[in-house]
Design a protein around this ligand. Structure first.
Ligand SMILES: [Zn+2]
Ligand SMILES: [Zn+2]
Length: 257
C-alpha cells in the first residue's frame, strides 16, 4: 500500500488522505519552519512526514529518529488539506528571492516564446497531439503535421481542485516526459522555495505559467506550451523543434535559428 492511500476523517475536509506532522505544527501557530522527510522507497510521495524547526534541532542532536526525538515531536495524523494549509503557514522562505526568480524566468520565457511561435508559425496550427512515450508534441496545419517538438512536462493545473501538481509527482506520466521537472524540485529543495519543492499545492493558472517559466529557464527551453485536459491544463516546455513536411523543410533552410 502506498503512503498516499491511508485515509483520515477530517471535521473540516471530510475523508482525506492521512498525513503525519509533529504536534507543534498541528497547533494553530505560524512560522515554525517546515521540514519534510524523504523516503527513498517512496520518494515522490505527495505529503511527506513533516516537522518544525525545534523538532529538527532535536533530530540533528540525536542524529536520527529515536525515542528522544520521537517523544519531542509527538507525531500526529492530520488530513492532507489541513497539512497543506499548515505547510503554507509555517514554511519559511525568502519571498524576495522567489519573486526575483519568477520575474527573471518570465523575462527569459517571454523572449524565447515570441521567437519560437513566430519561427514555426505555431499560431497558424489548428491542432496538436502529444505522445508521452516519444516525448513529442506535434502541431498540425490544414490536416498535415507541420512542426514536431521535443517536450518535457512541467506539471498539471486542476481547475476543479484548484491545485498545481508537478510532473515528477504525477504517477500517470512517463519518466521520459517528467524527468526534467526534477531539476526544478532540486532548486526548490536547495533554496527552500515551497512551490518548487512541494509536489502539490493550491494554485491558479498564473501559478502554472510561473512554474513553467521557472522550468523553461532552468532547462534552457526554447518555448513552452499548455494543452487543456479534462480537469484543467497540462504545461510543458519545448527543448527542440523541427519542421515535419518536405515543403516546410525547405523553408527551414531559410530561417536561421
Ligand atoms: Zn515540532
Ligand atoms: Zn482537514
Amino acid at each position: 500500500m502506498m503512503r498516499d492511500d491511508y485515509k483520515v476523517e477530517c471535521g473540516v475536509h471530510g475523508t482525506s488522505p492521512a498525513t503525519f506532522i509533529c504536534h507543534h505544527l498541528s497547533h494553530h501557530r505560524e512560522n515554525q519552519g517546515f521540514h519534510m522527510g524523504y523516503d527513498p522507497e517512496d520518494p515522490d510521495v505527495l505529503y511527506p512526514d513533516a516537522w518544525c524547526d525545534q523538532c529538527n534541532e532535536v533530530l540533528e542532536q540525536e542524529g536520527e529518529w529515536n525515542d528522544t526525538s520521537e517523544a519531542f515531536a509527538k507525531i500526529k495524523v492530520v488530513c492532507a488539506n489541513c497539512y497543506c494549509s499548515i505547510r503554507a503557514k509555517n514554511w519559511l522562505q525568502d519571498e524576495e528571492a522567489l519573486s526575483h526568480l519568477i520575474g527573471d524566468s518570465f523575462d527569459y520565457l517571454q523572449a524565447m516564446q515570441d521567437t519560437f511561435m513566430k519561427a514555426y508559425n505555431i499560431g497558424d496550427c489548428e491542432r496538436w497531439d502529444w505522445d508521452q512515450e516519444m516525448g513529442t508534441l506535434i502541431f498540425s496545419h490544414e490536416g498535415k503535421p507541420t512542426v514536431e517538438c521535443d517536450v518535457h512536462f512541467v506539471g498539471t493545473l486542476s481547475t476543479l481542485s484548484k491545485t498545481w501538481m508537478w510532473a515528477w509527482a504525477n504517477q500517470s506520466l512517463s519518466d521520459k516526459v517528467k524527468e526534467q521537472s526534477r531539476l526544478v524540485r532540486r532548486i526548490g529543495d536547495e533554496r527552500q522555495f515551497l512551490p518548487l519543492a512541494c509536489p502539490k499545492w493550491s494554485a491558479d493558472e498564473t501559478d502554472g505559467w510561473e512554474m513553467t517559466a521557472i522550468m523553461a529557464k532552468a532547462v534552457g527551453a526554447i518555448g513552452a506550451y499548455r494543452t487543456p485536459d479534462e480537469n484543467g491544463f497540462v504545461y510543458m516546455v519545448v527543448s527542440k523543434a523541427r519542421w515535419v513536411s518536405q515543403e516546410a523543410e525547405q523553408i527551414n533552410l531559410e530561417i536561421p535559428l
